[in-house]
Design a protein around this ligand. Sequence first.
Ligand code: SF4
Ligand code: SF4
Length: 285
Amino acid sequence: MALDFSKHPCFNPDVKGKFGRVHLPVAPKCNIQCGYCNRKYDCVNESRPGVTSNVLSPGQALYYVNDLVESGKPISVVGIAGPGDPFANPEQTMETLRLIRKRHPDMLLCVSTNGLGVGPYIAELAALEVSHITITMNAIDPEIGAKVYSWVREDKKPLRGLEAAELLLQRQIQAMKAIKAHGITLKINTILIPGVNDEHLDAVASFAKSEGADLHNIIPLCPVEGTKFEDFEEPTPAQIHAARDIAGQYMPQMTHCQRCRADACGLLAEGTTQETLNLIEKAAN
Ligand code: SF4
Ligand code: SF4
């Protein structure tokens, strides 16, 4: 059966009220530390990437998707977006995608990553018909990247400062090229961090365009307790509009992102509901 790519509500806003996505929280670890992320902080009202109520095994994730489909939820996309990075947990991520592709052949598959570890898996992702990949790229200048990332871990050794930012950038560029060489739709997420990368978004957008990226999603910083940027001001709507106007000269801009949790489920406008949390709880036990 041919997959219908128009049913992805993040890439096609026309269907956002009709088709939903589910994020499967199968990837707990991360291989970098972004200055805006604190995955320890979780509450039911929390709505942002990196947060989930439970972590599922691949088998539990399949059970959960089966339940969701049987319950009639209008899910057209299964994505993996954490709560860490999918490719800091490649066994869990790839096994989950294999199980879902086998059991739900008409489901769109999507992953969202920082780009550090995805490279070796891109050929298999393409073979599994993963049609949409997002890389979060906050800088194409390592000097700026060094302000965003506290560390980047290659094997067991954490790198810091410029060395860390350079490695991450190099891997992101390699991944972008391979993703496009395999004909996969590529979205770039950029967190707008006032005073850090707000003057740099046009450079990120123009570079992403030159590498063949399809869509750009500028996400305002959400200052979270216990992070390097906890005392930063959240960008105002005017700052976000201005950033999208500038970056929009190079790349189509996504404007309906909901900053979903790693266990988000349903239409984009729906938060994580108690019903969803109950189904995840059921799958986890
Ligand atoms: Fe958090 Fe994602 Fe950054 Fe890892 S890549 S530190 S999970 S925001
Ligand atoms: Fe779509 Fe944004 Fe939610 Fe990701 S975080 S699933 S891009 S709405």
